[in-house]
Design a protein around this ligand. Sequence first.
Ligand code: SF4
Length: 399
Amino acid sequence: MKYLTEFRDGKLASKLAEQIRRSVTRRWTIMEVCGGQTHSLIRHGIDQILAESVELIHGPGCPVCVTPIELIDRALAIAALPEVTLCSFGDMLRVPGSATDLFAVKSRGADVRVVYSPLDALRLAREQPARQVVFFGVGFETTAPANAMAIVQAKRLGLRNFSMLVSHVLVPPAIEAIAASPTNRVQAFLAAGHVCTVMGIEQYLPLAQRYRLPIVIAGFEPLDLLEAIRRAVVQLEAGRAEVENAYARVVEPRGNRTAQAMLAEVFEPTDRTWRGIGMIPQSGWRLRPAYRDFDAEYRFAVGAIRSTESPLCKSGEVLQGLLKPHQCPAFGQQCTPRTPLGATMVSSEGACAAYFNYGRLVQLGTPPATASTAATAATASAATNPRSSEVAKVTGVGR
Ligand code: SF4
């Protein structure tokens, strides 16, 4: 790869879309697991140009969105403690807990800081030995190695004032939960390329076989996604259910063994509750007993908190692909990025935020039949959000 723009080439995108349209004998339902992929698909209008051939439904792969509200409430309670500096990635600050969010707690005087790496939080702990520095460690298998590294480093340095509030979730158990659900409509999955860069692709082989579902490892640029969809459609039409790597320029089949060793050293599997979805067995990581001193949930007694979700929020159905964001009655009404009721409207990977930010404010009704009707749809979106027209040019949708 020389330039990222090579993977946004409009002519090649049109050719791939045409290949997909020509190869289908029926409309297939494919789920992209990762929220980053959702944003790319919506931003570039790929769901619209393929609407007659493929229904793309959006999966639960947004770590901010699935962090359970109980843990957000615990983070809020820890952040309010006078001796604590709570560090987090930026989009966690606006995620609503039961009554408030980290921004509001910060505005009331709490020491809440946005950092770009757990190592930034580690540095703060070294610089401020009198304060307890807590890092809110949220993410899938992608962010976990850096968090594991920070914990190992903290232990090596003997830091007594650093801890982590851990909310790590894992992709394969989530795919299995969706595939095994009686309400499942997914016929093929696009797996998250960055997760496979760390973990490899072997974990997906038994899932594809057990549920007879193609799983294609996909990247994030328009051509990556179109190629992965094309491969999934070819498998579906042929009645095959295999794991394919359509992101081979990045993903090694066995993943990153050094990162895996670091993860195995620091974390162990545990049952995890996913916000809006519920408990998925063995779908998360927690710190191993050898590192428990660095677990903020053990260090701070804030466990007994009663959490309540907004009764209007349907993010659980959105995260399972049962509802499109603009089908939620609160979408764009009571719930906007400025007044979010659920995490999926806040996160940079949330499906509701993608629909809002790229102008999918209304349901367009009948799927566009051709590229030209998709262009009309893109133009309609652009009327409400100028960024959509910018995006449509990239893939040639608006031409
Ligand atoms: S639009 Fe808002 S209320 Fe509706 S599901 Fe999304 S986050 Fe929840």
